[in-house]
Design a protein. Structure first.
Length: 379
């Protein structure tokens, strides 16, 4: 495979913006109409996802140690769409046709490189799906409680009908009959419990059809579908170092799950959890955080606002507030939130002297593609 040529080819297509996924899906649905039923009725929120995900795969195509586990996760996850091995050649043909359409220097050598690369991608994904054939493609789960905490945030208690195994810090895709065939990712805010119940933190976002429906329309008794867990924001089991957890917005959820894991499983350690928001009324989970802090002497919770002064909590960007309370150079750090907050906090921790190898991150952003590598779509 000529990887530099492939990346250059993909960049040419990406430069055409929305025209590219529109051309791809038109080609796919016209040439293989049976694939249309796997996608939502409205493609407005779907068109860019495949090509955004493909871009992340292309960026890592020469790092198989990192790429193969990602593709395996995708292969297992795509079973929830009804994806079969027979669908992969159809998608591959439309992908190559699209890349050729937007590349005036397309030639046989480039076609051969893309054909080989896609063949390897498909082989890994199909193999992972086959290995997971005994597992559910999705889990039906009932909303047992729907707590509207603020105008745009709700906390849902959800109970799957059968056991759903996951690691604290991972994410689970969610589909609702309110928005059929639109799946979005949410990290449970708890470690696995004996009763199987999950706590989901959902923020309604402008233009986010699933998040808005889950916050404003969903009710207790509604049934959701949950996909297989994915993600990497899990505790380093080889380390017993104390923890620094830094959250922004609903990035609190996976970090709260890590706190729950320490409480349930250990090993004993100090945990400092920092939660940032723009204004004090955005702290939708403060009461439960206070409860956790009272129950666990090893946990300290610090809240900070960036756009209000004179409140009962600290003022400043969360990265600044974290460093005020340092030093943290002996800790393992986990950071979750919007891209700007995550990047800023990580940069400050690195300058502070914390090695990058002991910092793990999770980005929560509406613009992220499907859960390929580091991010999750949470709308």
């Amino acid at each position: 495979m000529d990887i530099p040529a492939m990346r250059a080819s993909f960049a040419k297509a990406a430069a055409h913006g929305d025209q590219v996924p529109l051309w791809f899906y038109s080609h796919l649905f016209l040439s293989h109409p049976e694939t249309r039923e796997m996608f939502p009725v409205s493609m407005a929120h779907q068109r860019d996802r495949l090509f955004s995900a493909l871009g992340e795969v292309v960026a890592r195509v020469d790092d198989l140690d990192a790429l193969v586990p990602i593709l395996q996760q995708l292969g297992r996850d795509h079973r929830k769409f009804g994806t079969l091995a027979a669908h992969y050649p159809a998608v591959g043909a439309s992908l190559l046709a699209t890349l050729e359409h937007f590349d005036d220097e397309w030639d046989d050598a480039l076609a051969a490189s893309w054909t080989e690369a896609y063949g390897l991608i498909a082989e890994v994904m199909i193999g992972a799906a086959d290995e997971a054939v005994e597992e559910p493609a999705w889990w039906d789960a009932e909303i047992t409680d729907h707590d509207r905490r603020t105008v745009d945030v709700a906390v849902l208690q959800v109970r799957p009908g059968s056991p759903l195994d996951y690691l604290p810090g991972q994410a689970i895709s969610v589909e609702s009959d309110l928005r059929p065939r639109l799946w979005r990712w949410y990290s449970p805010a708890n470690a696995p419990r004996p009763d199987g119940q999950l706590e989901l933190h959902v923020k309604a976002r402008d233009g986010g059809p699933v998040s808005s429906a889950l916050v404003r329309q969903a009710r207790a008794g509604d049934v959701l579908r949950l996909g297989p867990p994915v993600g990497h924001l899990a505790l380093d089991t080889a380390s017993d170092r104390d923890l620094l957890l830094v959250a922004g917005g609903t990035g609190l959820a996976p970090l709260k799950a890590l706190v729950d894991q320490v409480a349930r499983q250990g090993p004993p350690r100090r945990v400092d959890l920092f939660v940032g928001a723009r204004t004090a009324d955005a702290f939708y989970d403060r009461a439960d955080l206070r409860r956790l802090e009272q129950e666990h002497a090893w946990l300290t919770v610090t809240c900070a606002v960036s756009q209000e002064k004179g409140t009962a909590v600290e003022h400043g960007d969360i990265g600044d507030v974290v460093l005020r309370h340092g030093p943290w150079t002996s800790r393992d750090a986990y950071v979750a939130g919007n891209p700007v907050m995550v990047e800023d906090t990580v940069a400050r921790l690195l300058q502070h002297g914390l090695p990058m190898g002991r910092i793990r991150t999770e980005v929560f952003a509406a613009s992220r593609p499907s859960p390929t590598v580091d991010g999750k779509v949470t709308e």
